[in-house]
Design a protein around this ligand. Structure first.
Ligand SMILES: *[C@@H]1O[C@H](CO)[C@@H](O)[C@H](O)[C@H]1NC(C)=O
Ligand SMILES: *[C@@H]1O[C@H](CO)[C@@H](O)[C@H](O)[C@H]1NC(C)=O
Ligand SMILES: *[C@@H]1O[C@H](CO)[C@@H](O)[C@H](O)[C@H]1NC(C)=O
Ligand SMILES: *[C@@H]1O[C@H](CO)[C@@H](O)[C@H](O)[C@H]1NC(C)=O
Length: 257
């Protein structure tokens, strides 16, 4: 079941539905990217969203929904790249090496379209971890129930809309989780349900190690959360901004949160 607020918010969108035929998004197009992700050529048939609990107020809900909108938009462009360019692609090889494209395509589709009504967001800092990590934790999955993701106020102030892509620095500089939509995709993977009991996990989080997994441990690159986040962010950036803004992977600053 779709989150009804999410759906109703966007049924109000007035932007024309895209009739995209191009393989890659043309930056001069006036198409609304979200419409493209939902209704256009890159559409998801039936994206599914986790429940937003009533502990989230109207402002929280709007910001979480905006992040979820971004997450399906980014994921749709990543899927499109996978389908168009396959695994014999520099971007694919950089993050997944010779890892299985079926696993990558499967996970990206699963992140968007798997049923999620039994996982939820809450905004009440029920375990107090937002309060005890005020400048470092944008959210957390509950130890007592990892189907519940707590969103901290730091999320709203630190995570950026995809519309700001490439503004605050390169993806290497900011990390992909700088963007709310991509951060939310990674939060799904902290749940047992969406990670298949941590089959997909954070094996490597630092850039040199992530790149090393692609080259030397590809069957785990396709099980590594951050490898997906970089692939999705780079695919999206490359599609919507000429040249993208990956940055120098061999010269990363200190890591994202
Ligand atoms: C976008 O429009 C500008 C100005 O007309 C043109 O120079 C540029 O090549 C176009 N870019 C693409 C990707 O079509
Ligand atoms: C909603 O909660 C946030 C804290 O998460 C608070 O900053 C904001 O003022 C609240 N908004 C409303 C409309 O109550
Ligand atoms: C865990 O969280 C989910 C999502 O909020 C909820 O449906 C479920 O009842 C919770 N499980 C327990 C044992 O509390
Ligand atoms: C690949 O990574 C996994 C998870 O860190 C590790 O258990 C395994 O030993 C690694 N395999 C190789 C060949 O390095």
């Amino acid at each position: 079941m779709k989150a009804t607020l999410f759906t109703s918010l966007f049924s109000l969108a007035t932007a024309p539905i895209a009739s995209a035929a191009a393989v890659f998004y043309n930056v001069n197009s006036t198409d609304n990217l979200y419409e493209l992700a939902l209704d256009g050529a890159y559409a998801w048939t039936d994206p599914q969203f986790a429940t937003i609990q009533s502990t989230c107020n109207a402002t929280n809900v709007r910001m979480i929904n905006a992040g979820l909108q971004d997450s399906i938009e980014a994921a749709s462009f990543a899927r499109q790249r996978l389908l168009e360019k396959g695994s014999n692609d520099d971007v694919y090889k950089k993050w997944f090496g010779d890892g299985s494209i079926y696993e990558v395509l499967g996970l990206i589709s699963y992140l968007v379209e798997a049923e999620k009504s039994d996982i939820s967001y809450r905004c009440d800092d029920v375990d107090g971890s937002c309060a005890s990590h005020p400048t470092s934790w944008p959210g957390y999955d509950r130890e007592s129930n990892d189907s519940e993701t707590v969103i901290c106020d730091l999320f709203y102030t630190s995570k950026k809309p995809l519309s700001t892509l490439c503004f605050d620095g390169t993806l290497v500089e900011t990390g992909p989780k700088h963007y709310a939509g991509i951060d939310l995709l990674h939060r799904y993977l902290h749940t047992s349900k969406m990670s298949s009991d941590h089959y997909i996990a954070e094996y490597a989080e630092e850039l040199p190690e992530i790149l090393d997994y692609a080259q030397n441990n590809a069957s785990f690159a396709t099980r590594n959360v951050d490898s997906y986040l970089y692939y999705i962010a780079e695919s999206y950036a490359d599609a919507v901004i000429p040249g993208g803004c990956l940055g120098d992977v061999n010269n990363p600053p200190k890591s994202d949160d």
